[in-house]
Design a protein around this ligand. Structure first.
Ligand code: HEM
Length: 135
């Protein structure tokens, strides 16, 4: 049974453009992860401040293996570098918050520095039913 893992990022109005810029420059490594099925970055259009990083995986194990992989670290290199530059740790020690610290940013000449998200939460679902367009 496929699973959906959504990283719910709280993003202030000022950092929306920066978050989307970083994703537009994303590493594109997740595509070759074993068991990876789908990725979408969903922008809120109802006035709320939460972006959804939607991923779908063949199994829970495939997702867990990716989050513990070099591919995950490399896929988060930008954000980690930005956060790291502010002297805040990142990685496993932050429980659910994998790979990104919370620092106040300053520019690196390409977009705003520091983490683009002020909060992150992981939502987990099992795909019970799914369908696509006919024909
Ligand atoms: C504190 C937690 C997290 C934050 C703040 C965060 C933020 C980001 C940012 C800003 C990027 C763009 C690339 C970069 O800047 O390095 C990125 C890449 C990505 N994130 Fe996260 N992320 C977090 C954890 C997760 C988790 C738990 C998932 C799984 C649902 C996830 C899924 C992805 C995917 C699929 C990419 C693209 C990687 C690639 O292109 O290979 N992230 N994330």
């Amino acid at each position: 049974m496929s699973v959906v893992k959504m990283n719910v990022l709280t993003v202030s109005a000022e950092m929306r453009e920066e978050l989307e810029r970083r994703f537009s420059n994303r590493a594109g490594i997740v595509e070759s992860a074993d068991g990876f099925e789908w990725f979408e970055l969903l922008r809120p259009v109802d006035g709320t401040d939460r972006y959804l990083v939607y991923t779908r995986w063949r199994s829970e194990e495939d997702f867990t293996r990716w989050t513990e992989s070099q591919a995950f670290q490399r896929g988060h290199a930008q954000a980690a570098a930005e956060a790291g530059a502010q002297g805040h740790g990142h990685g496993q020690e932050q429980g659910q918050e994998q790979g990104h610290g919370h620092g106040q940013g300053h520019g690196h000449g390409h977009g705003q520095g520091g983490p683009a998200a002020s909060g992150a939460e992981l939502w987990s679902f099992e795909v019970v039913q799914s369908t696509g367009p006919q024909g």
